[in-house]
Design a protein around this ligand. Structure first.
Ligand SMILES: Nc1nc2c(c(=O)[nH]1)N[C@H]1C(S)=C(S)[C@@H](COP(=O)(O)OP(=O)(O)OC[C@H]3O[C@@H](n4cnc5c(=O)[nH]c(N)nc54)[C@H](O)[C@@H]3O)O[C@H]1N2
Ligand SMILES: Nc1nc2c(c(=O)[nH]1)N[C@H]1C(S)=C(S)[C@@H](COP(=O)(O)OP(=O)(O)OC[C@H]3O[C@@H](n4cnc5c(=O)[nH]c(N)nc54)[C@H](O)[C@@H]3O)O[C@H]1N2
Ligand code: SF4
Ligand SMILES: [Mo]
Length: 739
């Protein structure tokens, strides 16, 4: 191809628009600004700018690898051999141990088409219930809280462009300066317009530096903080009684928990002083509109769902929800973190954000797939539980779009479990740490080499277009699923053309909460993306055999017509008219049965693991701007490695002094699960009782050797953001921080 192609970044949920232009004689295309795309208006972070480097054959997989049974070494092989080995192994596992002995692990970087087809592949071609994905590690707590309170989970109920026009934003455990740099503009514009920004983060991050007010709680105490602030709202007579009466239910039950959290007690739990709590409440309530946005800080906790629930309660009690320029939102993380959680790669889910346990949903989707609803398996295990079961009940695994050796909690244990499998297959772009353990590695095409849709953090469905030709020897994930399904006796139903898969997804999602039926590739291209829900007519020629499809089931869940879009009443669009999509949700009603948002009664509880004499320091983990996730992609880019060459331990000067380390010297961090060593990065911007490690690296500096897999009871999200550790000089000089 020799033309400029407008497309999107391979990495995070902002899905910045960019244009790719081939360069004569150079191995990879170059990135050109795409100013017309509204979300980032041409701006990119360093990862996006350098993304084409990973297209280079020098750093990526260009042919399948199969492990030699004798030497134990991964060796180049042909596609027929590689796919044949996988199909044989999966068939043998199923014959010996049953269909549920085969597992599938997906990812939020997969396009909607891939995520959809992967769910179908697991349930139809493999007949297994054992599928989940890395989104469970990402925003599952916010998703669960959204469902509980609003009856619908879309990360942001409004477009980012609304942020600069609201009165006050509380950013909880979110560091866009490092994790979504082009989005920082929305917050600087907010302040330029006279709006206020409050940041809640145990570290004074580059985002917190921009805030009007920074609260630095002890990690894992956000639930108490939110309840304490809501207590002050009530105590100061700032409850929006009219809104609570007209648009919500459950306040009386929730109120008791709120009133039990006195500000002084909250100060003791969180370390945030009562005057600061008062200041935050005044700042938020004095503005005539406001938003609370959470990210992984409060969510990646064993009580993440309740914590987000408390923040939603806060928004509801102050009347900052379901109104223009106000509301609660979650800043979703992965490129397709939103779409990836809607179309069926999650253990309990069918396409269109349907529930696998809902008979009507099973009937509808089975109809589209041309299978018997009773043949569909039930819900499987959540991501960590699935990884923990490897080598036990689950004996063979296919990984597509994740690198759990680096990114899973208690990663040393997960690595052991992966090694104990009878068979592991990994489809990846590069030889990730997880792929390096596999029996068969399949090299797949990436973002710029294939077309597909992504749903960004706003719920905007985007088209990522193919811009360059993939190296020979590489196949797409869709082709992988097609090939494997055919070998497993499903020659039909697994198309390799992304648009054909999308047309089927439209049918499968029709009538569901995440309704994509009115969205087409052509519309997305013409409209800079389309926000779901977007119901519409899907041409009958596509999808399943109508004979087998069965009757359309009655709608049981709250449909999109209940969500109150701003531009038109969804569902009330005249027959034949095109639905405009739904940039803004909940303005007229919430997506619950009665249209009211539900308060949830929650009370604070400590982290799953509290500090003690042996493990006296809190570890929290997160990101740096130069690297993405497990680093599988970005650690292969020279410019990014130069900017951030390796793991580190961020600690306060007092703690550094106590353990006797200077800047750059090795620090050993030990938890009940393992040990990691990385250079000290000493800064007064972190609490004295807390250390921070980024999780982008493998080996000695791997943060996840330490983290606690304690799970949230509702979302099954692991507690990445808080565990107890001992911190010492890495060369063994120090006796420990506890003394
Ligand atoms: N550069 C870069 N950008 C990314 C990614 C990446 O890997 N690298 N990944 C993408 C993905 S998948 C995601 S999910 C997003 C994540 O985006 P963010 O959520 O912004 O990223 P994190 O660094 O995980 O966590 C945010 C902040 O939470 C704080 N924090 C830690 N513990 C607590 C706590 O107990 N309470 C509170 N309130 N805050 C706490 C941390 O100090 C950190 O500054 O980023 C996306 N963008
Ligand atoms: N300690 C700690 N751990 C964390 C977190 C934290 O804050 N702290 N955050 C968690 C969060 S929010 C997330 S999202 C996870 C993410 O962690 P991972 O699931 O490991 O995510 P990635 O590193 O993006 O892994 C994606 C893998 O898929 C490959 N890949 C990319 N695109 C494609 C594709 O289209 N097809 C295929 N087949 N492969 C592809 C990449 O090369 C890479 O190897 O990490 C979690 N782990
Ligand atoms: S902010 Fe996210 S989407 Fe935008 S360029 Fe950076 S990594 Fe890519
Ligand atoms: Mo994430």
């Amino acid at each position: 191809m020799d033309t400029e192609t407008p497309t999107h970044c391979p990495y995070c949920a902002l899905q910045c628009g960019m244009t790719l232009r081939p360069v004569a004689g150079a191995p990879v295309a170059e990135v050109v600004e795409r100013t017309g795309f509204p979300v980032n208006r041409g701006a990119l972070c360093g990862k996006g700018r350098t993304a084409p480097a990973v297209l280079s054959s020098a750093v990526r997989l260009t042919g399948p690898l199969v492990r030699n049974a004798v030497s134990g070494v991964l060796e180049p092989a042909g596609w027929d051999e590689a796919l044949g080995r996988i199909a044989d192994a999966l068939r043998a596992t199923r014959a010996a141990h049953g269909a549920d002995a085969v597992g599938v692990f997906g990812g939020g970087s997969l396009t909607n088409e891939k995520a959809y087809l992967l769910g179908k592949f697991a349930r139809v071609a493999l007949g297994t219930s054992q599928i989940d994905y890395n989104g469970r590690f990402c925003m599952s707590s916010a998703a669960a809280a959204h469902q509980r309170a609003f009856g619908l989970d879309r990360g942001l109920p409004f477009p980012l462009e609304d942020i600069p026009r609201t009165g006050c934003v509380i950013l909880v455990g979110s560091n866009p300066a490092e994790t979504m740099p082009p989005a920082l503009r929305y917050f600087t514009e907010l302040r330029a317009n006279g709006g206020k920004l409050i940041v809640i983060d145990p570290r004074r991050t580059r985002t917190a530096e921009q805030a009007d007010l920074h609260l630095a709680p002890r990690p894992g105490t956000d639930l108490a903080l939110a309840l304490g602030m809501l207590h002050l709202v009530v105590a100061q007579g700032r409850l929006d009684e009219e809104f609570v009466a007209a648009r919500t239910s459950g306040w009386e039950d929730a109120r008791a928990g709120v009133m039990a959290h006195w500000p002084e007690q909250v100060e003791r739990i969180t370390g945030v002083s009562v005057p600061q709590l008062r200041e935050a409440v005044a700042m938020f309530c004095d503005a005539d509109s406001g938003m609370v946005l959470t990210a992984r800080g409060p969510e990646q906790q064993a009580k993440g769902t309740d914590t987000v629930g408390a923040w939603i309660n806060f928004c509801l009690a102050t009347g900052r929800a379901g109104r223009p320029l106000s509301g609660y939102g979650c800043l979703t993380g992965q490129g397709n973190g939103q779409g990836g959680r809607e179309h069926g790669q999650k253990a309990d889910q069918l396409p269109g954000y349907r529930k696998l346990t809902d008979p009507a949903a099973r009937q509808h989707v089975a109809g589209v797939w041309g299978v018997d609803p009773d043949a569909l398996p039930g819900p499987g295990r959540s991501a960590y539980e699935l990884l923990d079961a490897l080598g036990g009940d689950v004996r063979a695994l296919l990984v597509m779009g994740s690198n759990p050796v680096v990114s899973a909690p208690r990663a040393g244990h997960v690595e052991e479990r992966l090694k104990s499998l009878d068979f592991l297959a990994v489809a990846d772009v590069v030889l990730s740490e997880t792929a390096a353990l596999a029996d068969v590695v399949l090299p797949v095409t990436q973002w710029a080499e294939e077309t597909g849709t992504m749903t960004n953090l706003e719920g905007r469905v985007l088209l990522r277009r193919k811009a360059v030709t993939a190296p020979e020897g590489v196949r797409s994930d869709l082709e992988v699923m097609h090939g494997l399904a055919a070998l497993l006796g499903h020659g039909k139903g697994f198309p390799t053309d992304p648009e054909e898969v999308f047309e089927e997804l439209r049918r499968a999602s029709a009538g569901g909460a995440a309704d994509y039926s009115g969205i087409t590739y052509a519309r997305i291209a013409a409209e800079d993306g389309v926000f779901w829900p977007c119901p519409g007519e899907v041409p009958g020629s596509v999808g399943p055999d109508p004979e087998k499809a069965g009757p359309e089931p009655e709608k049981t869940g709250p449909g999109p017509e209940r969500c109150g879009p701003d531009t038109a009443e969804a569902g009330q669009v005249p027959a034949g008219a095109v639905h405009p999509g739904t940039p803004r949700l909940f303005l007229d009603r919430f997506a619950t049965e009665d249209g009211r948002a539900r308060f949830v009664a929650v009370t604070h509880r400590p982290p799953a693991e509290e500090t003690d004499e042996v493990y006296p320091v809190v570890l929290t983990t997160g990101r740096v701007v130069a690297h993405y996730q497990s680093g599988a992609q970005t650690r292969r880019v020279a410019e990014l490695n130069a900017a951030a060459p390796g793991s580190f331990v961020e600690l306060h000067p007092r703690l550094a002094e106590r353990i006797g380390v200077a800047e750059g010297e090795p620090v050993a961090v030990t938890s009940r699960r393992g040990r990691a060593v990385a250079p000290a990065r000493i800064t007064a911007s972190i609490r004295q009782d807390t250390v921070f490690m980024p999780f982008h690296w493998a080996g000695e500096g791997r943060a996840n050797s330490l983290t606690n897999p304690a799970l949230d009871p509702v979302s099954r999200m692991p507690e990445f953001k808080v565990c107890a550790v001992r911190v010492e000089a890495g060369d063994g000089r120090s006796a420990g921080a506890g003394d």
